[in-house]
Design a protein around this ligand. Structure first.
Ligand SMILES: Nc1ncnc2c1ncn2[C@@H]1O[C@H](COP(=O)(O)OP(=O)(O)O)[C@@H](O)[C@H]1O
Ligand SMILES: [Mg+2]
Length: 321
């Protein structure tokens, strides 16, 4: 069983790529493979022209300064025995940067940058709320001036009222520091605010990949359509159009929520009533690129098969039809 299979993504400099999909579809695995916290069995992770999966320990160590992660759970991801100052100073110590006095100054500047008081440095993580802890995690992630930050569901564990504060902080930091984000979420409403491009994962595979604007206007894949339909609308008067659902009672034959029951060669949604039963019953269909503008071109040597149909008036998305 492959937790992640045939995933191909690009994050541009200073851009945010939103990676969405339900729990267990492989988002964290993708993020960890990029940082080589997991060693993938196959594939490439090209960062600044260097394949990280083939890199020796010295190159990898240098690259790790540029690649950081903000973790999903702000309670688990901070060592409760260390002071906040020690936690934020850890990247400097690991990479042997600065004297203790310089590190303390950097920690104070980072705390200020993420909106925490200077005395936070001598306190312990359990003294802080979830949102404040996530700020500590973000301070640690930006300590070494990284280029790419993998934000693994950074707001999923937080109250809705706090989520927007953390999202705004991430956006501010991106603007000031020129960061690129791989922003992982299971919720399209969150991704909408931060992403330039969006990729949708389902059972370990990408099923749709598009620029954010076109993504919400013209979702192509039934799974994406269901995700968008699930975004709550704050207007109580507005009636929701009936949309296909992928889980719960309405799932019918369409939903396969367990990765282990994914058909071997076919897209997971093949049995769906509104997907068409016969379309891909025999073999896994290639991802089809639909040109909706000159926004992107299919990679010449990508791991996925593409058959292209050029429609220059439209923007780009691809779809596993
Ligand atoms: N260390 C592991 N060992 C075995 N299976 C794992 C491990 N980590 C994750 N998985 C499995 O891989 C799949 C993808 O998990 P994950 O990447 O954590 O999903 P997501 O982040 O989208 O919720 C899941 O089916 C999960 O059970
Ligand atoms: Mg995850």
């Amino acid at each position: 069983m492959h937790a992640v299979d045939g995933v191909s993504l690009t994050v541009g400099r200073g851009e945010t790529l939103g990676l969405v999909g339900e729990s267990g579809c492989g988002k964290t695995t993708v993020g960890r493979c990029i940082l080589r916290l997991y060693q993938p069995t196959e594939g490439r992770v090209i960062f600044d022209g260097e394949d990280l999966l083939k890199a020796d320990s010295k190159t990898l160590r240098a690259a790790r300064r540029q690649l950081q992660m903000v973790f999903q759970d702000p309670f688990e991801s901070l060592n409760s025995r260390h002071t906040v100052g020690d936690i934020i100073a850890e990247p400097f110590i690991i990479h042997r940067i600065g004297s203790p006095a310089e590190r303390a100054r950097s920690v104070a500047a980072l705390l200020k940058r993420v909106g925490l008081a200077a005395d936070a440095a001598i306190r312990f993580p359990h003294e802080f709320s979830g949102g404040q802890r996530q700020r500590i995690g973000i301070a640690r992630a930006i300590a070494l001036n990284p280029k790419l930050v993998v934000c693994d569901e950074p707001v999923s564990a937080l109250d809705v009222s706090i989520q927007s504060q953390i999202l705004n902080l991430l956006l501010e930091l991106q603007k000031d520091l020129g960061l690129s984000y791989l922003f992982i979420a299971h919720d399209l409403a969150v991704v909408k605010h931060v992403s330039d491009n969006i990729a949708v994962m389902y059972l370990g595979r990408i099923v749709e990949y598009a620029a954010a604007g076109v993504f919400y206007e013209k979702p192509l894949h039934p799974y994406t359509q269901a995700l968008i339909a699930a975004i709550p609308d704050p207007d109580p008067e507005k009636k929701k159009a009936s949309q296909p659902m992928l889980s719960g009672r309405n799932a019918g034959a369409g939903a396969i929520s367990d990765i282990r029951s994914r058909p071997f060669r076919c897209l997971p949604l093949r049995r769906s009533a509104w997907w068409g039963r016969r379309r891909c019953a025999r073999k896994r269909p290639p991802l089809r690129w639909v040109y909706l503008s000159e926004w992107c071109k299919p990679p010449a040597d990508g791991p996925l098969q593409h058959c292209c149909c050029k429609k220059p008036d439209l923007k780009c998305a691809f779809q596993g039809l």
